[in-house]
Design a protein around this ligand. Structure first.
Ligand SMILES: Cc1cc2nc3c(=O)[nH]c(=O)nc-3n(C[C@H](O)[C@H](O)[C@H](O)COP(=O)(O)O)c2cc1C
Length: 191
């Protein structure tokens, strides 16, 4: 997959096949995120890779999916939930750039997963107290984002922003996601 295709396909997926991800692939995601750029090379991020099916199942109720959609459409049902998670935390006394580091890390994970045909969802609307207690996260690791992973069971397509200007994502008649993205001319000045 070249980088353009990767960029197009690396969307948010919220419905997954129940096929496990090979441990070597999960290990590769972690190995590659280990070496991402970080402000001042501070390396303030900490991770919990969740592959135990019981823990994966237990985490599901802590997630709030797809705020733009009715719950019955946007929230994965049993049989279509993610099969692994990576929790991204930062150290308690992280530097002021740490949230930018978090963004770089989750995008690295998502692109790396996509290169294997694995879909992801970056999740911020998460009940962190449930997650930290279920995963027994060390006290001084502050959770920032959860990345859900699995082979997608739906598609997601980029569409043009409609005439009314709405950038709300929606489902088409096949329950595939349509995600409006603004045109380059509307977001970039070239000098
Ligand atoms: C920082 C961040 C937090 C997000 N949190 C959630 C979330 O809690 N629940 C959810 O369903 N999607 C979440 N998303 C996914 C966005 O809704 C998604 O990126 C957006 O709709 C655009 O779709 P795309 O990723 O396919 O381009 C989050 C994305 C980002 C970058």
């Amino acid at each position: 997959m070249d980088f353009k295709e990767l960029s197009v396909k690396c969307r948010t997926y919220r419905h997954f096949q129940q096929k496990p991800i090979a441990p070597e692939i999960l290990e590769e995601l972690m190995e590659n995120v280990r070496i991402v750029s970080s402000a001042m090379n501070g390396q303030v991020l900490r991770y919990v890779l969740v592959k135990d099916p019981h823990l994966v199942k237990a985490l599901q109720p802590a997630i709030h999916w797809a705020a733009a959609l009715p719950k019955e459409l946007g929230t994965p049902k049993e049989g279509e939930q993610p099969v692994s998670f990576i929790l991204v935390c930062k150290e308690a006394h992280a530097n002021p750039w740490s949230d930018i580091d978090v963004g770089i890390a989750v995008r690295n994970i998502a692109l790396n997963a996509c290169s294997y045909g694995i879909g992801s969802a970056i999740l911020g609307a998460v009940e962190w107290n449930k997650v930290t207690s279920l995963l027994d996260v060390p006290e001084d690791w502050k959770p920032r984002l959860l990345v859900a992973l699995g082979y997608p069971s739906c598609e997601s397509h980029i569409v043009e922003v409609p005439a009314n200007g709405s950038i709300k994502y929606y489902l088409d008649e096949n329950k595939n996601y349509c995600v409006p993205k603004r045109a380059l001319k509307d977001i970039c000045i070239v000098k």
